[in-house]
Design a protein around this ligand. Structure first.
Ligand code: SF4
Ligand code: SF4
Length: 323
């Protein structure tokens, strides 16, 4: 029976909330159908105080084998490298992380903070937060670039703010059923099965994107103009399956009329861009989007944009698809 230990560093607990909403499979299925044994979880476990400390010590020493260590939240190294801003079971959490990552068969980082520091690690980063194996886009993080778990894998990163519940539960199923070797990771150690395509893929507004027709209003129906040109949608630059694996099985940010804010990328929340640019497209000379879809050349993009706008059919300029 594969055992899972879930710990929580510097973060809000949003990934736990997300995970509890998993659907395919859900959390009960993970236990009853896939045989996961949840050793301990900060919100779900019955053990606390002395009992929890004893259990954690047994895991850290290897006496209780840990197949999967799931970590949510940043690793806090402050103040001055002591980690004492985040004490847990009598020790800095970072010391538990060193011991447990050293004994676990696989280590999984869930959510941006665990993957690359996330919001917690954004300048001025008062807690000296970092991710398990990345600091923003730079490989290394807390465990170091060379870290490999007992099973031979680097940290498996499942980013997002929060990560979609089914991304988490499906990776846990793969690990529970002995398919760790089948988890193909990209250069940021994200499972390719989820993070190769863009949020843009499957968005209901792509015709409007193609014809450069914009909406300037939040929350309108699913096909009333693209959110890229005025409202700062990062869908064409963000690797995520949010329009393929829908949230709550039925929707996504862009379907609800809210721009993708790029939460699966290491630079999120992009506060290093000009202030006030969330939900607002950054423009050069007042009209041209500064960031263009990944893999596109600027000049080609501009030429194609001009032609597409001229060729735009009437229906794309009206709200004829309001639902
Ligand atoms: S709203 Fe965003 S994701 Fe959808 S088509 Fe426009 S740019 Fe792409
Ligand atoms: S649509 Fe974008 S911001 Fe929203 S969850 Fe998906 S990747 Fe994150």
């Amino acid at each position: 029976m594969p055992s899972v230990l879930w710990l929580h560093g510097g973060a809000c607990g949003g990934n736990t909330m997300s995970f509890l909403n998993a659907d395919e499979p859900n959390v009960v299925d993970l236990v009853t159908s896939f045989g996961l044994e949840l050793l301990w979880h900060p919100s779900l476990a019955l053990e606390s105080g002395t009992h929890a400390r004893k259990l954690l010590r047994a895991c850290a020493s290897g006496e209780t084998p840990v197949d999967v260590l799931v970590f949510e939240g940043s690793v806090i190294e402050g103040p001055e490298g002591t980690g004492r801003y985040d004490m847990f079971a009598d020790r800095p959490m970072k010391d538990w992380v060193i011991d447990l990552a050293g004994t676990a068969r696989t280590v999984v980082a869930v959510g941006d903070c665990a993957c690359w520091g996330g919001i917690a690690a954004t300048a001025p980063n008062p807690t000296s937060s970092t991710g398990l194996q990345f600091h923003k886009r730079e490989r290394g993080g807390f465990l170091g670039a060379e870290f490999r778990s007992r099973g031979g894998l680097p940290v498996v990163n499942i980013p997002g703010c929060p990560a979609h519940p089914d991304w988490i539960s499906q990776i846990l199923v793969a690990l529970a059923t002995g398919r760790a070797a089948d988890i193909d990771l990209d250069e940021l150690q994200r499972p390719r099965t989820f993070f190769t395509s863009f949020t843009h893929t499957g968005c209901t507004r792509t015709e409007f994107f193609e014809y450069k027709q914009s909406t300037t209003t939040f929350g309108e129906g699913t096909r009333t103009g693209c959110l890229f040109y005025e409202l700062g949608c990062r869908g064409p630059m963000t690797h995520s399956p949010c329009n393929r694996i829908l949230w709550n099985g039925q929707s996504s940010k862009t379907r609800a009329g809210v721009p993708c804010i790029g939460c699966t990328e290491p630079e999120f929340p992009f506060f290093d861009l000009e202030p006030g640019t969330v939900f607002q497209t950054r423009k050069a000379v007042g009209v041209i989007p500064r960031e263009i879809p990944e893999g596109t050349r600027h000049l080609t993009y501009l030429a194609q944009s001009a032609i597409a706008k001229i060729a735009a059919p009437d229906w794309s300029k009206k709200d004829t698809f309001v639902v």
